[in-house]
Design a protein around this ligand. Structure first.
Ligand code: PHE
Length: 466
Protein backbone atom coordinates (compact mmCIF):
# COMPACT_ATOMS: atom_id res chain seq x y z
CA UNK A 1 0.00 0.00 0.00
CA UNK A 2 1.55 3.28 -0.96
CA UNK A 3 1.42 6.37 1.19
CA UNK A 4 0.48 9.89 0.51
CA UNK A 5 3.23 12.44 0.20
CA UNK A 6 3.95 14.49 3.23
CA UNK A 7 3.46 11.70 5.70
CA UNK A 8 7.10 11.41 6.54
CA UNK A 9 9.19 8.51 5.36
CA UNK A 10 7.14 7.01 2.58
CA UNK A 11 6.27 8.65 -0.65
CA UNK A 12 3.24 7.93 -2.77
CA UNK A 13 3.49 5.83 -5.92
CA UNK A 14 1.09 4.91 -8.67
CA UNK A 15 -0.21 1.40 -8.11
CA UNK A 16 -0.17 0.48 -11.79
CA UNK A 17 1.18 1.59 -15.10
CA UNK A 18 -2.30 2.00 -16.50
CA UNK A 19 -3.32 4.07 -13.49
CA UNK A 20 -0.48 6.48 -14.15
CA UNK A 21 -1.18 6.72 -17.87
CA UNK A 22 -4.85 7.45 -17.22
CA UNK A 23 -4.04 10.02 -14.54
CA UNK A 24 -1.54 11.83 -16.76
CA UNK A 25 -3.94 11.62 -19.70
CA UNK A 26 -6.66 12.86 -17.35
CA UNK A 27 -4.53 15.89 -16.61
CA UNK A 28 -3.85 16.51 -20.28
CA UNK A 29 -7.41 15.94 -21.49
CA UNK A 30 -9.28 18.96 -20.23
CA UNK A 31 -11.26 22.00 -21.22
CA UNK A 32 -8.42 22.71 -23.66
CA UNK A 33 -9.19 19.64 -25.77
CA UNK A 34 -12.92 19.81 -25.81
CA UNK A 35 -13.66 23.42 -26.17
CA UNK A 36 -10.49 25.22 -27.20
CA UNK A 37 -9.20 22.75 -29.80
CA UNK A 38 -12.29 22.55 -32.07
CA UNK A 39 -12.47 26.35 -32.23
CA UNK A 40 -8.83 26.66 -33.15
CA UNK A 41 -9.06 23.87 -35.71
CA UNK A 42 -12.01 25.70 -37.24
CA UNK A 43 -10.34 29.11 -37.35
CA UNK A 44 -6.97 27.69 -38.35
CA UNK A 45 -8.26 26.12 -41.58
CA UNK A 46 -9.46 22.65 -40.50
CA UNK A 47 -7.27 19.84 -41.79
CA UNK A 48 -4.19 21.99 -42.37
CA UNK A 49 -4.25 23.16 -38.73
CA UNK A 50 -4.74 19.59 -37.57
CA UNK A 51 -1.70 18.40 -39.55
CA UNK A 52 0.53 21.12 -38.08
CA UNK A 53 -0.84 20.46 -34.59
CA UNK A 54 -0.04 16.74 -34.81
CA UNK A 55 3.52 17.46 -36.02
CA UNK A 56 4.07 19.89 -33.13
CA UNK A 57 2.78 17.44 -30.51
CA UNK A 58 4.85 14.60 -31.98
CA UNK A 59 8.08 16.60 -32.14
CA UNK A 60 8.02 19.32 -29.49
CA UNK A 61 5.27 18.27 -27.08
CA UNK A 62 6.73 14.80 -26.52
CA UNK A 63 10.21 16.30 -26.03
CA UNK A 64 9.07 18.72 -23.34
CA UNK A 65 6.91 16.10 -21.60
CA UNK A 66 9.83 13.69 -21.38
CA UNK A 67 11.95 16.51 -19.92
CA UNK A 68 9.40 16.93 -17.10
CA UNK A 69 9.11 13.18 -16.46
CA UNK A 70 12.88 12.59 -16.18
CA UNK A 71 13.21 15.35 -13.59
CA UNK A 72 10.28 14.05 -11.55
CA UNK A 73 11.16 10.37 -11.69
CA UNK A 74 14.82 11.01 -10.99
CA UNK A 75 14.28 13.10 -7.89
CA UNK A 76 10.95 11.66 -6.65
CA UNK A 77 10.03 15.14 -5.49
CA UNK A 78 7.52 17.92 -6.10
CA UNK A 79 8.41 20.52 -8.73
CA UNK A 80 10.29 22.86 -6.38
CA UNK A 81 12.06 20.12 -4.42
CA UNK A 82 13.05 18.40 -7.65
CA UNK A 83 14.85 21.41 -9.11
CA UNK A 84 16.38 22.24 -5.76
CA UNK A 85 17.80 18.74 -5.48
CA UNK A 86 19.32 18.84 -8.95
CA UNK A 87 20.68 22.35 -8.69
CA UNK A 88 19.98 24.65 -5.77
CA UNK A 89 20.12 27.77 -7.88
CA UNK A 90 17.20 26.59 -9.96
CA UNK A 91 14.49 25.87 -7.41
CA UNK A 92 12.72 29.05 -8.60
CA UNK A 93 12.07 27.26 -11.90
CA UNK A 94 9.81 24.80 -10.09
CA UNK A 95 8.40 27.62 -7.97
CA UNK A 96 7.30 29.44 -11.08
CA UNK A 97 5.39 26.35 -12.20
CA UNK A 98 3.70 25.91 -8.83
CA UNK A 99 2.70 29.58 -8.78
CA UNK A 100 1.20 29.28 -12.27
CA UNK A 101 -0.77 26.24 -11.18
CA UNK A 102 -2.07 28.14 -8.20
CA UNK A 103 -3.41 30.92 -10.43
CA UNK A 104 -4.85 28.59 -13.08
CA UNK A 105 -6.63 26.53 -10.44
CA UNK A 106 -8.65 29.58 -9.40
CA UNK A 107 -10.33 30.11 -12.73
CA UNK A 108 -10.35 26.48 -13.81
CA UNK A 109 -12.60 25.67 -10.84
CA UNK A 110 -14.93 28.53 -11.65
CA UNK A 111 -15.40 27.21 -15.19
CA UNK A 112 -15.77 23.71 -13.70
CA UNK A 113 -18.59 25.12 -11.58
CA UNK A 114 -20.30 26.65 -14.61
CA UNK A 115 -20.17 23.22 -16.26
CA UNK A 116 -22.02 21.71 -13.27
CA UNK A 117 -24.60 24.50 -13.54
CA UNK A 118 -25.17 23.58 -17.19
CA UNK A 119 -25.41 19.82 -16.56
CA UNK A 120 -28.24 20.47 -14.12
CA UNK A 121 -29.87 23.14 -16.28
CA UNK A 122 -30.03 20.84 -19.32
CA UNK A 123 -31.99 18.40 -17.16
CA UNK A 124 -34.17 20.88 -15.31
CA UNK A 125 -34.84 23.73 -17.73
CA UNK A 126 -33.43 23.23 -21.25
CA UNK A 127 -36.24 25.45 -22.56
CA UNK A 128 -34.89 28.43 -20.65
CA UNK A 129 -31.42 27.95 -22.11
CA UNK A 130 -32.78 27.62 -25.66
CA UNK A 131 -35.04 30.66 -25.29
CA UNK A 132 -32.08 33.00 -24.88
CA UNK A 133 -28.69 31.29 -24.50
CA UNK A 134 -26.81 34.53 -23.97
CA UNK A 135 -29.14 35.82 -21.29
CA UNK A 136 -29.02 32.46 -19.54
CA UNK A 137 -25.21 32.57 -19.48
CA UNK A 138 -25.07 36.13 -18.21
CA UNK A 139 -27.66 35.42 -15.57
CA UNK A 140 -25.42 32.67 -14.28
CA UNK A 141 -22.60 35.21 -14.15
CA UNK A 142 -24.79 37.52 -12.12
CA UNK A 143 -26.42 39.94 -14.46
CA UNK A 144 -29.32 40.43 -12.09
CA UNK A 145 -27.46 40.55 -8.83
CA UNK A 146 -24.65 38.71 -7.21
CA UNK A 147 -23.87 35.40 -8.97
CA UNK A 148 -24.43 33.07 -6.02
CA UNK A 149 -24.83 30.01 -8.18
CA UNK A 150 -22.29 30.79 -10.90
CA UNK A 151 -19.49 32.18 -8.77
CA UNK A 152 -20.00 30.61 -5.36
CA UNK A 153 -22.14 27.52 -5.04
CA UNK A 154 -21.29 25.59 -8.22
CA UNK A 155 -17.54 26.35 -8.11
CA UNK A 156 -17.59 25.31 -4.43
CA UNK A 157 -19.13 21.97 -5.36
CA UNK A 158 -16.52 21.51 -8.07
CA UNK A 159 -13.68 22.48 -5.78
CA UNK A 160 -15.06 20.30 -2.99
CA UNK A 161 -14.89 17.29 -5.31
CA UNK A 162 -11.30 18.09 -6.28
CA UNK A 163 -10.31 18.51 -2.63
CA UNK A 164 -12.06 15.28 -1.67
CA UNK A 165 -10.06 13.32 -4.25
CA UNK A 166 -6.77 15.04 -3.39
CA UNK A 167 -7.06 14.40 0.34
CA UNK A 168 -7.56 10.70 -0.38
CA UNK A 169 -4.03 10.64 -1.77
CA UNK A 170 -2.36 9.63 -4.99
CA UNK A 171 -3.23 5.99 -5.31
CA UNK A 172 -6.60 5.82 -3.57
CA UNK A 173 -7.81 9.24 -4.73
CA UNK A 174 -6.25 10.43 -7.98
CA UNK A 175 -5.51 7.09 -9.58
CA UNK A 176 -8.90 5.56 -8.78
CA UNK A 177 -10.99 8.48 -9.97
CA UNK A 178 -9.10 8.65 -13.26
CA UNK A 179 -9.61 4.94 -13.80
CA UNK A 180 -13.35 5.56 -13.63
CA UNK A 181 -13.67 8.95 -15.28
CA UNK A 182 -11.34 8.52 -18.25
CA UNK A 183 -13.09 5.46 -19.74
CA UNK A 184 -16.47 7.16 -19.09
CA UNK A 185 -15.21 10.23 -20.90
CA UNK A 186 -14.31 8.12 -23.93
CA UNK A 187 -17.73 6.48 -24.01
CA UNK A 188 -19.49 9.87 -23.88
CA UNK A 189 -17.19 11.26 -26.54
CA UNK A 190 -17.91 8.35 -28.89
CA UNK A 191 -21.69 8.67 -28.43
CA UNK A 192 -21.61 12.43 -29.03
CA UNK A 193 -19.32 12.16 -32.06
CA UNK A 194 -21.59 9.56 -33.66
CA UNK A 195 -24.61 11.80 -32.97
CA UNK A 196 -22.85 14.75 -34.56
CA UNK A 197 -21.51 13.12 -37.74
CA UNK A 198 -24.85 11.43 -38.47
CA UNK A 199 -26.83 14.67 -38.41
CA UNK A 200 -28.19 15.66 -41.82
CA UNK A 201 -25.82 18.25 -43.22
CA UNK A 202 -22.83 17.10 -41.18
CA UNK A 203 -20.91 16.12 -44.32
CA UNK A 204 -19.93 19.70 -44.98
CA UNK A 205 -18.25 19.93 -41.58
CA UNK A 206 -16.51 16.62 -42.14
CA UNK A 207 -15.26 17.84 -45.48
CA UNK A 208 -13.91 20.98 -43.80
CA UNK A 209 -12.06 18.91 -41.24
CA UNK A 210 -10.62 16.51 -43.76
CA UNK A 211 -9.56 18.78 -46.65
CA UNK A 212 -6.43 20.80 -45.95
CA UNK A 213 -6.51 24.45 -46.94
CA UNK A 214 -2.88 25.49 -46.70
CA UNK A 215 -3.69 29.05 -47.71
CA UNK A 216 -5.04 29.56 -44.17
CA UNK A 217 -1.77 28.47 -42.68
CA UNK A 218 0.46 31.32 -41.56
CA UNK A 219 2.78 32.30 -38.74
CA UNK A 220 -0.16 33.04 -36.49
CA UNK A 221 -1.88 29.68 -36.97
CA UNK A 222 1.38 27.82 -36.36
CA UNK A 223 1.88 29.76 -33.13
CA UNK A 224 -1.70 29.06 -32.16
CA UNK A 225 -1.06 25.34 -32.67
CA UNK A 226 2.12 25.51 -30.57
CA UNK A 227 0.42 27.32 -27.69
CA UNK A 228 -2.52 24.94 -27.81
CA UNK A 229 -0.22 21.89 -27.78
CA UNK A 230 1.60 23.02 -24.62
CA UNK A 231 -1.61 23.89 -22.81
CA UNK A 232 -3.31 20.71 -23.88
CA UNK A 233 -0.43 18.49 -22.75
CA UNK A 234 -0.37 20.23 -19.31
CA UNK A 235 3.22 21.31 -19.79
CA UNK A 236 5.13 24.12 -18.13
CA UNK A 237 3.67 23.98 -14.62
CA UNK A 238 5.64 21.08 -13.24
CA UNK A 239 2.54 18.90 -13.12
CA UNK A 240 4.24 16.24 -15.18
CA UNK A 241 7.26 16.57 -12.87
CA UNK A 242 4.97 15.84 -9.90
CA UNK A 243 3.07 13.01 -11.63
CA UNK A 244 6.40 11.59 -12.88
CA UNK A 245 7.74 11.65 -9.32
CA UNK A 246 5.15 9.07 -8.24
CA UNK A 247 6.37 6.67 -10.95
CA UNK A 248 8.19 3.46 -10.22
CA UNK A 249 11.78 3.27 -11.39
CA UNK A 250 11.06 0.35 -13.70
CA UNK A 251 8.57 2.25 -15.86
CA UNK A 252 9.40 2.90 -19.51
CA UNK A 253 9.18 6.70 -19.74
CA UNK A 254 9.37 7.01 -23.51
CA UNK A 255 6.51 4.59 -24.08
CA UNK A 256 4.40 6.42 -21.49
CA UNK A 257 5.04 9.80 -23.10
CA UNK A 258 3.99 8.36 -26.47
CA UNK A 259 0.77 6.93 -25.05
CA UNK A 260 -0.23 10.05 -23.12
CA UNK A 261 0.39 12.38 -26.06
CA UNK A 262 -1.51 10.04 -28.39
CA UNK A 263 -4.50 9.81 -26.06
CA UNK A 264 -4.62 13.57 -25.61
CA UNK A 265 -4.47 14.17 -29.35
CA UNK A 266 -7.13 11.55 -30.11
CA UNK A 267 -9.51 13.26 -27.68
CA UNK A 268 -8.82 16.67 -29.22
CA UNK A 269 -9.45 15.31 -32.72
CA UNK A 270 -12.61 13.54 -31.65
CA UNK A 271 -13.83 16.74 -30.02
CA UNK A 272 -13.27 18.45 -33.38
CA UNK A 273 -15.33 15.75 -35.10
CA UNK A 274 -17.98 16.08 -32.40
CA UNK A 275 -18.40 19.85 -32.55
CA UNK A 276 -17.63 21.07 -36.07
CA UNK A 277 -19.98 18.79 -38.08
CA UNK A 278 -22.77 19.62 -35.59
CA UNK A 279 -22.10 23.33 -35.98
CA UNK A 280 -22.24 23.04 -39.78
CA UNK A 281 -25.32 20.81 -39.69
CA UNK A 282 -27.32 23.15 -37.48
CA UNK A 283 -26.13 26.32 -39.16
CA UNK A 284 -25.05 27.90 -35.89
CA UNK A 285 -22.70 30.87 -36.14
CA UNK A 286 -19.34 29.20 -35.54
CA UNK A 287 -17.73 32.15 -33.75
CA UNK A 288 -15.59 30.19 -31.38
CA UNK A 289 -14.89 32.71 -28.66
CA UNK A 290 -14.84 32.13 -24.94
CA UNK A 291 -18.60 31.86 -24.53
CA UNK A 292 -18.85 29.32 -27.34
CA UNK A 293 -19.18 26.28 -25.12
CA UNK A 294 -21.92 27.89 -23.09
CA UNK A 295 -23.72 30.18 -25.52
CA UNK A 296 -23.37 29.12 -29.18
CA UNK A 297 -23.61 25.40 -28.51
CA UNK A 298 -27.10 25.88 -27.10
CA UNK A 299 -28.17 26.61 -30.69
CA UNK A 300 -26.74 23.28 -31.75
CA UNK A 301 -28.52 21.31 -29.05
CA UNK A 302 -31.77 23.14 -29.67
CA UNK A 303 -31.87 22.04 -33.31
CA UNK A 304 -30.67 18.51 -32.70
CA UNK A 305 -33.17 15.68 -32.14
CA UNK A 306 -32.80 14.68 -28.48
CA UNK A 307 -30.93 17.95 -27.89
CA UNK A 308 -31.38 18.32 -24.11
CA UNK A 309 -30.13 14.76 -23.51
CA UNK A 310 -27.09 15.25 -25.72
CA UNK A 311 -26.53 18.68 -24.18
CA UNK A 312 -26.49 17.16 -20.73
CA UNK A 313 -24.06 14.47 -21.94
CA UNK A 314 -21.81 17.10 -23.46
CA UNK A 315 -21.49 19.04 -20.21
CA UNK A 316 -20.96 15.81 -18.33
CA UNK A 317 -18.08 15.12 -20.71
CA UNK A 318 -16.68 18.60 -20.09
CA UNK A 319 -17.10 18.04 -16.36
CA UNK A 320 -15.09 14.80 -16.37
CA UNK A 321 -12.38 16.43 -18.47
CA UNK A 322 -12.21 19.52 -16.25
CA UNK A 323 -12.28 17.56 -12.99
CA UNK A 324 -9.34 15.29 -13.82
CA UNK A 325 -7.28 18.27 -15.04
CA UNK A 326 -8.15 20.38 -12.01
CA UNK A 327 -7.09 17.53 -9.73
CA UNK A 328 -3.67 17.50 -11.39
CA UNK A 329 -3.30 21.26 -11.15
CA UNK A 330 -4.10 21.24 -7.44
CA UNK A 331 -1.89 18.20 -6.80
CA UNK A 332 1.11 20.10 -8.18
CA UNK A 333 0.65 22.80 -5.55
CA UNK A 334 -0.35 20.43 -2.75
CA UNK A 335 2.72 18.21 -3.31
CA UNK A 336 4.89 21.32 -2.98
CA UNK A 337 3.24 22.57 0.21
CA UNK A 338 3.12 19.17 1.95
CA UNK A 339 6.69 18.26 1.12
CA UNK A 340 8.47 21.58 1.36
CA UNK A 341 6.42 23.24 4.10
CA UNK A 342 5.80 20.00 5.97
CA UNK A 343 2.08 20.55 6.20
CA UNK A 344 -0.55 17.82 6.30
CA UNK A 345 -2.36 17.05 3.08
CA UNK A 346 -5.70 18.12 4.55
CA UNK A 347 -4.42 21.45 5.79
CA UNK A 348 -2.59 22.15 2.53
CA UNK A 349 -5.67 21.48 0.38
CA UNK A 350 -7.82 23.62 2.67
CA UNK A 351 -5.49 26.63 2.53
CA UNK A 352 -4.89 26.38 -1.22
CA UNK A 353 -8.60 25.85 -1.75
CA UNK A 354 -9.59 29.02 0.10
CA UNK A 355 -6.96 31.24 -1.54
CA UNK A 356 -7.60 30.05 -5.08
CA UNK A 357 -11.34 30.27 -4.53
CA UNK A 358 -11.01 33.97 -3.80
CA UNK A 359 -9.03 34.48 -7.01
CA UNK A 360 -11.71 32.48 -8.82
CA UNK A 361 -14.60 34.66 -7.60
CA UNK A 362 -12.88 37.70 -9.03
CA UNK A 363 -12.46 35.84 -12.31
CA UNK A 364 -16.19 35.23 -12.67
CA UNK A 365 -17.11 38.72 -11.56
CA UNK A 366 -14.68 40.22 -14.02
CA UNK A 367 -16.14 38.10 -16.84
CA UNK A 368 -19.47 39.66 -16.03
CA UNK A 369 -18.14 43.18 -15.88
CA UNK A 370 -16.01 42.74 -18.98
CA UNK A 371 -18.80 41.30 -21.06
CA UNK A 372 -21.87 43.22 -20.07
CA UNK A 373 -21.23 45.90 -17.58
CA UNK A 374 -18.27 47.33 -19.48
CA UNK A 375 -14.81 47.39 -18.05
CA UNK A 376 -13.64 46.09 -14.72
CA UNK A 377 -12.32 49.31 -13.29
CA UNK A 378 -12.99 52.77 -14.58
CA UNK A 379 -11.29 55.39 -12.51
CA UNK A 380 -13.22 58.54 -13.24
CA UNK A 381 -13.20 58.79 -17.00
CA UNK A 382 -10.05 57.62 -18.46
CA UNK A 383 -7.88 55.18 -16.62
CA UNK A 384 -9.21 51.79 -17.49
CA UNK A 385 -7.83 48.43 -16.56
CA UNK A 386 -8.12 45.25 -18.58
CA UNK A 387 -10.61 42.77 -17.19
CA UNK A 388 -9.03 40.76 -14.41
CA UNK A 389 -10.14 37.48 -15.99
CA UNK A 390 -8.55 38.23 -19.33
CA UNK A 391 -5.44 39.39 -17.56
CA UNK A 392 -5.28 36.17 -15.55
CA UNK A 393 -5.63 34.03 -18.67
CA UNK A 394 -3.05 36.11 -20.51
CA UNK A 395 -0.64 35.86 -17.60
CA UNK A 396 -0.99 32.11 -17.19
CA UNK A 397 -1.67 30.72 -20.68
CA UNK A 398 0.44 33.06 -22.71
CA UNK A 399 3.19 34.07 -20.38
CA UNK A 400 3.80 31.77 -17.44
CA UNK A 401 3.19 28.32 -18.94
CA UNK A 402 5.43 28.88 -21.99
CA UNK A 403 8.01 30.44 -19.69
CA UNK A 404 7.81 27.37 -17.46
CA UNK A 405 8.32 24.97 -20.40
CA UNK A 406 11.17 27.07 -21.69
CA UNK A 407 13.01 27.01 -18.37
CA UNK A 408 12.36 23.25 -17.92
CA UNK A 409 13.81 22.45 -21.36
CA UNK A 410 16.80 24.73 -20.87
CA UNK A 411 17.39 23.21 -17.45
CA UNK A 412 17.34 19.65 -18.74
CA UNK A 413 19.23 20.49 -21.93
CA UNK A 414 21.96 22.71 -20.54
CA UNK A 415 22.11 22.73 -16.74
CA UNK A 416 21.35 19.21 -15.59
CA UNK A 417 22.44 17.97 -19.06
CA UNK A 418 20.74 15.60 -21.44
CA UNK A 419 23.26 12.90 -20.53
CA UNK A 420 21.67 12.55 -17.11
CA UNK A 421 18.20 12.77 -18.61
CA UNK A 422 19.00 9.92 -21.00
CA UNK A 423 20.49 7.87 -18.18
CA UNK A 424 17.22 8.30 -16.27
CA UNK A 425 15.27 6.98 -19.27
CA UNK A 426 17.63 4.06 -19.89
CA UNK A 427 17.99 3.00 -16.25
CA UNK A 428 21.42 1.40 -16.56
CA UNK A 429 20.60 -0.36 -19.77
CA UNK A 430 17.14 -1.64 -18.80
CA UNK A 431 15.78 0.31 -21.76
CA UNK A 432 17.43 1.57 -24.92
CA UNK A 433 16.42 5.08 -25.83
CA UNK A 434 16.68 4.84 -29.60
CA UNK A 435 15.93 8.48 -30.24
CA UNK A 436 18.31 9.86 -27.62
CA UNK A 437 20.40 11.91 -30.06
CA UNK A 438 17.34 13.45 -31.64
CA UNK A 439 15.80 14.16 -28.22
CA UNK A 440 18.99 15.91 -27.10
CA UNK A 441 18.91 18.25 -30.07
CA UNK A 442 15.21 18.86 -29.62
CA UNK A 443 15.38 19.62 -25.91
CA UNK A 444 18.47 21.81 -26.21
CA UNK A 445 17.68 23.80 -29.32
CA UNK A 446 14.41 23.21 -31.13
CA UNK A 447 11.96 23.17 -28.22
CA UNK A 448 13.40 26.29 -26.51
CA UNK A 449 13.42 28.16 -29.80
CA UNK A 450 9.85 27.19 -30.59
CA UNK A 451 8.66 28.17 -27.12
CA UNK A 452 10.53 31.44 -27.22
CA UNK A 453 8.73 32.21 -30.45
CA UNK A 454 5.31 31.60 -28.83
CA UNK A 455 6.27 33.77 -25.90
CA UNK A 456 7.48 36.69 -27.94
CA UNK A 457 4.75 36.26 -30.53
CA UNK A 458 2.08 36.23 -27.85
CA UNK A 459 3.40 39.24 -25.98
CA UNK A 460 4.80 41.55 -28.60
CA UNK A 461 2.45 40.91 -31.47
CA UNK A 462 -0.54 39.97 -29.34
CA UNK A 463 -1.22 37.09 -31.66
CA UNK A 464 -4.40 35.11 -31.29
CA UNK A 465 -3.01 32.38 -29.12
CA UNK A 466 -5.92 31.77 -26.84
N1 PHE B 1 -4.26 20.26 -20.22
C1 PHE B 1 -5.42 20.80 -19.62
C2 PHE B 1 -6.48 21.06 -20.68
O1 PHE B 1 -6.33 20.71 -21.81
C3 PHE B 1 -5.18 22.07 -18.91
C4 PHE B 1 -4.02 22.07 -18.00
C5 PHE B 1 -2.99 22.94 -18.25
C6 PHE B 1 -3.95 21.18 -16.96
C7 PHE B 1 -1.88 22.93 -17.47
C8 PHE B 1 -2.84 21.14 -16.18
C9 PHE B 1 -1.79 22.02 -16.44
O2 PHE B 1 -7.49 21.66 -20.38
Amino acid sequence: MSQTPGDGKHRAQWASSLGFILAAAGSAVGLGNIWKFPGKAYNGGGASFIIIYIIIVAVIGTTAMLAEFVIGRNTQKNAVGAFRQLNKKFSWVGGLGVFTGFLIFGYYSQVGGWVIYYIVSYIVCPGRIFADPKLFFYEMLGQNGFPWLGAIICPLIFMGLVIFVITKGVEVGIEKINKILMPSLFVLLIILTIRSVTLPGAAEGLHYLLTPDFSKLNFNTVLMALGQAFFSLSLGMGIMVTYGSYLKKEENLVKNVGLICTLDTIVALMAGFMIIPAVFATGVEPGMGGGFAFVSLAGVFEKMPGGPIFGCMFYLLLFFAALTSAISIMEGTVAYVTEEKKMSRKKATAIIGVLTFIIGIFYTLSQLYASIKGIWFDFANGVTFPAFGDFLEFLTDRLLTPLGSLTFCIFVGWVWTTKKGIAEVERDGTYTFKLKKIWSVLVKFIAPLAILTILIGGMVFGLALS
